[in-house]
Design a protein around this ligand. Structure first.
Ligand code: PEP
Length: 258
């Protein structure tokens, strides 16, 4: 199995004012005092904080991501933000296709695919989210849904250097519920297999597949070592520096994930 360097990415969603930058400073400080060289860290604050967050994180090794982008580089799209603008503000990655965008804003796989291409155009890493709803989970269509989302959302030219997949069961997000470790292993193995069909040139083996959905310090030590889980996309627990650091710390001394 290919060794993949894990990533723990925090999605702040629509949370955070200037005062919240103190959590970033605290995270930076903790990592400076006691680094976790086995894993990469990324924080995705709201767009309003990107520029200030970039200043706080400069030189820290903690990457800065954004939460969404428009497919086009510029134009008459009031309220939208392009990938180029995010890069200009200091981001090096952008989440696309989060279930909250797919559900709240009706985003389709076609649109998510276009947003991933926009990320590449601007030199950003695309974190492409997929995941089944509770109803889909209950009626046993999880793998069909994920197959459709992967085929439709992930560009064929995606590479491990510019793309991360995040599997986030919608019913696990913010609910405190998580799939069993066996289910996570099955789904992540399935995703790796579908990526093998979707991507040109055997890129699937090295691509990071994150698990997301109620990851917290108490369960990270188990969830993050399931085969084919190469890190986490974390919502609520990423807002607190101590919790975020604790999730990174599970990798100390445990090397790379497969
Ligand atoms: C998310 O929405 O990306 C997420 C994983 O949220 P939480 O960790 O709060 O479940």
């Amino acid at each position: 199995m290919t060794a993949i360097r894990p990533l723990v990415a925090g999605n702040w969603k629509m949370n955070g004012l200037g005062a919240s930058l103190g959590e970033l400073e605290a995270l930076r400080e903790r990592l400076a005092q006691k680094p976790v060289p086995e894993a990469d860290a990324m924080v995705c604050p709201p767009a309003t904080l990107l520029t200030r967050a970039a200043q706080v994180l400069a030189g820290s090794g903690i990457a800065l991501g954004a939460q969404d982008c428009h497919p086009l580089a510029s134009g008459a799209h009031t309220g939208d933000i392009s990938a180029e603008m995010l890069a200009d503000a200091g981001a090096t990655a952008v989440i696309v296709g989060h279930s909250e965008r797919r559900i709240d804003h009706g985003e389709t796989d076609v649109l998510v695919h276009a947003k991933a291409l926009a990320a590449y155009r601007a030199g950003l890493t695309a974190i492409i989210c997929i995941g089944e709803t509770e109803a889909e989970h209950r009626d046993g269509s999880t793998l069909d849904v994920l197959n459709r989302q992967l085929q439709g959302s992930v560009p064929r030219q995606a590479r491990a250097a510019d793309t991360v997949i995040a599997y986030e069961p919608v019913w696990a997000i913010g609910s405190g519920l998580t799939p069993t470790l066996a289910d996570v292993a099955e789904v992540h193995g399935f995703i790796r297999g579908v990526l093998g069909q979707v991507l040109d040139g055997g890129a699937a083996g090295a691509m990071r597949i994150l698990y997301g959905g109620s990851v917290k310090p108490a369960n990270a030590g188990e969830l993050l070592f399931v085969p084919n889980v190469n890190g986490a996309l974390v919502g609520g627990a990423s807002l607190n520096a101590a919790d975020f650091y604790a999730m990174l710390e599970v990798y100390r001394g445990r090397g790379r994930s497969g």
